[in-house]
Write a protein of this length. Structure first.
Length: 109
């Protein structure tokens, strides 16, 4: 809906990344459904993948007619990205455990 200029109510954490204010680069968190506990943080043209019980991997990617992806062996901001991802996950998990996630009474504000 963001690309069409509209608003929509959804049951996900975060904002509409297709309808950000000018200058806001945004970020995305990926958590596959099911029992897979791999998570990832998307920022710009990079994605930090954090598999369960494995070291994180930072990738640089391009999309389009000729998509590419390559591992970035060392990046000075990898630790900051990992902390941001873990902070988001901690907050989301607390929200689930405290039952504060989702729409109140099934009605939008």
């Amino acid at each position: 809906m963001g690309r069409l200029g509209g608003d929509t109510l959804h049951q996900c954490w975060g904002r509409d990344l297709l309808n950000l204010p000018e200058g806001d680069k945004g970020f995305g968190v990926i958590k596959p459904s099911g029992s897979d506990q791999t998570v990832a943080l998307l920022t710009g043209d990079r994605v930090l993948v954090l598999p369960k019980e494995m070291p994180p991997k930072l990738w640089e990617y391009t999309l389009g007619a000729e998509p590419t992806g390559k591992v970035i062996p060392e990046s000075p901001d990898e630790a900051v990205l990992k902390q941001k991802l873990e902070s988001f996950l901690q907050t989301a998990t607390k929200s689930l455990l405290d039952n504060t996630a989702g729409v109140v009474d099934g009605k939008p504000d």
